[in-house]
Design a protein around this ligand. Structure first.
Ligand code: FAD
Ligand code: NAI
Length: 467
């Protein structure tokens, strides 16, 4: 048998790759991880989840105190200001702490960090920064990058037409920010800059925000964001952009064509999705082909069609989420080690970290019906939840979708200030195959937002208490 330098070599140190490397090392496998970036942690820690949440937190504090509910509770303030450079500094510090933390974990677990971009030479050999390394198993965890929009050229250095990375690093508060794409990034980063003082217009191709979410949630999202001052241009597309000095003129028209008009802005964020990172990997050297969406296909165990080569995270099909990548990282390492690593792709929660938060797990009502289920739906408004009412957080609801015959919970959708925390309970219940009755008869602490989940589950049987 060939003598390899490593048992496992992971390409990419995002949440998929670094977690796979750590679990492989924990299982006693000699492990290396190639990463081309200066720091570990991938998109998530460097230019994704973590910096965006730092800006969301800081801007939320500012809005609460400057214009929000703080005054209602007697918090008196005068002359509240935002110091953008301090906020950006705090974001950078969080990123440094967390990426440094992964470096520490690599050292602790004796994982070799191969610095540079890896390219396959054959199925067991990669080249990184001019050196070749061999491994019995190679895991592709190269993640994803921003999807470009034809005729709208991003220049993050100029800071006028930017992608998510540029929008996380603006050194000024735009007067008018136009966001192209009413998805997760558009509304999260749009919220940051709106809270800090920008007028924000969202141009979305489809007739609602948040594609993939439950229909009721999408409708409510539009109402909530409009109430917050967002201008929404739904069913609209951008056909071109001209930058003159510090002003951008966008050509927009109805998605179906016609009604052409122009929008002027001093910043534009392009956030129309992300695509798998596969170029430069040398996949042609191992005969690994991509699917029609440019992703790497795997089987249930995360094996690709090439023996010894595995793939996980944003580079394979499924939601592009850090926790999905992490769970796949654990599973792939366990499968390589001969254990049984499984990810239940039917129960992957998703959260949009705006105010309120939007969260969901499992099927939407539309998807459940399309899959042939007769459904029973229970809904409970946050306005009737004692804690949300007391905190003056009236927006949102919990929606529990159950199979009408078996009562098994098929999906849970939540709009609430802490929906991202609440959804974990729903995911766990679904993982254990819960019925709506199981949730309805589980004791929930009072007063908590989570009681709304219990009430929505009771509403599936038509018997909530507080409405
Ligand atoms: P990545 O994190 O993209 O990591 C891949 C790594 O591989 C990169 O560091 C890259 O440099 C490296 N690489 C690529 N090619 C090579 C090569 N040939 N050799 C060596 N290294 C290579 N998800 C959430 O769940 N929650 C959030 O709140 C959230 N917020 C986000 C906010 C923003 C602005 C963005 C852009 C994304 C956000 N995401 C969020 C999505 C999340 O970041 C991704 O789903 C996650 O990072 C995917 O992990 P991954 O390991 O598959 O890939
Ligand atoms: P997205 O897929 O969430 O939203 C893109 C939006 O752009 C969609 O609504 C789509 O209809 C629209 N669109 C596409 N082409 C368009 C066009 N030409 N003109 C106008 N609108 C157009 O993608 P987004 O926001 O870029 O995020 C990328 C990925 O990053 C997502 O898959 C998401 O999972 C992940 N992410 C996750 C976060 C979280 O979990 N909180 C936060 C940020 C990103």
């Amino acid at each position: 048998m060939a003598d390899y330098q490593y048992d496992v070599l992971v390409i990419g140190a995002g949440p998929g790759g670094y977690v796979a490397a750590i679990r492989a090392a924990q299982l006693g496998l000699k492990t290396a991880c190639a990463e081309g970036r200066e720091t570990l942690g991938g998109t998530c820690l460097n230019v994704g989840c973590i910096p965006s949440k730092a800006l969301l937190h800081g801007s939320e504090l500012f809005e609460e105190v400057a214009h929000g509910t703080a005054a209602k509770f007697g918090v008196k303030t005068t002359g509240v200001e935002i110091d953008l450079s301090v906020l950006q500094g705090e974001k950078a510090a969080a990123v440094k702490d967390l990426t440094g933390g992964i470096e520490f974990l690599f050292k602790k677990n004796k994982i070799d960090w191969l610095k540079g971009y890896a390219q396959f030479k054959d199925a067991h050999t990669v080249e990184v920064a001019g050196t070749t390394y061999t491994a019995k198993h190679i895991v592709i965890a190269t993640g994803s990058s921003v999807m470009p929009l034809p005729n709208v050229e991003v220049d993050n250095d100029a800071g006028i037409i930017v992608d998510s990375t540029g929008a996380l690093a603006l050194d000024r508060i735009p007067e008018h920010l136009v966001v192209i794409g009413g998805g997760v990034i558009g509304l999260e980063l749009g919220s940051v800059w709106r809270r800090l003082g920008a007028k924000v217009t969202v141009v979305e191709f489809l007739d609602q925000l948040f594609p993939g979410m439950d229909g009721d949630v999408r409708k409510e999202a539009a109402k909530i964001f409009k109430k917050q001052g967002f201008e929404l241009k739904l069913s609209t597309k951008v056909t071109g952009a001209q930058v003159e000095g510090k002003t951008v003129t966008l050509d927009i028209e109805a998605a179906a064509g016609g009604n052409a008009e122009q929008l002027k802005a001093d910043a534009v964020l392009v956030a129309i999705g992300r695509r798998a990172n596969t170029s430069g990997l040398g996949l042609e050297n191992i005969g690994l082909e991509l699917n029609a969406r440019g992703q790497i296909e795997t089987d249930h165990d995360f094996r690709t069609k090439v023996d010894g080569v595995w793939a996980i995270g944003d580079v394979i099909p499924g939601p592009m989420l850090a926790h999905k990548a992490e769970d796949e990282g654990i599973a792939v390492a366990e499968n390589i080690a001969g254990l049984t690593g499984i990810v239940n792709h039917d129960v992957i929660p998703g959260v949009v970290y705006t105010t309120p938060e939007f969260a969901g797990v499992g099927l939407t009502e539309e998807a459940a019906k399309a899959a042939g289920h007769t459904v029973k739906v229970g809904k409970f408004p946050m306005l009737a939840n004692s804690r949300a009412k007391t905190n003056r957080e009236p927006d949102g609801f919990v929606k529990v979708i159950a199979d009408a015959t078996t009562d098994r919970v098929l999906g849970v959708w939540i709009i609430a200030s802490v929906a991202g925390t609440m959804i974990a309970q729903a995911a766990q219940a679904m993982e254990f195959g819960a019925t709506s009755e199981d949730i309805a008869y589980t004791c929930h602490a009072h007063p908590t937002h989570s009681e709304a989940i219990k009430e929505a589950a009771m509403a599936v049987q038509g018997k909530p208490i507080h409405i």
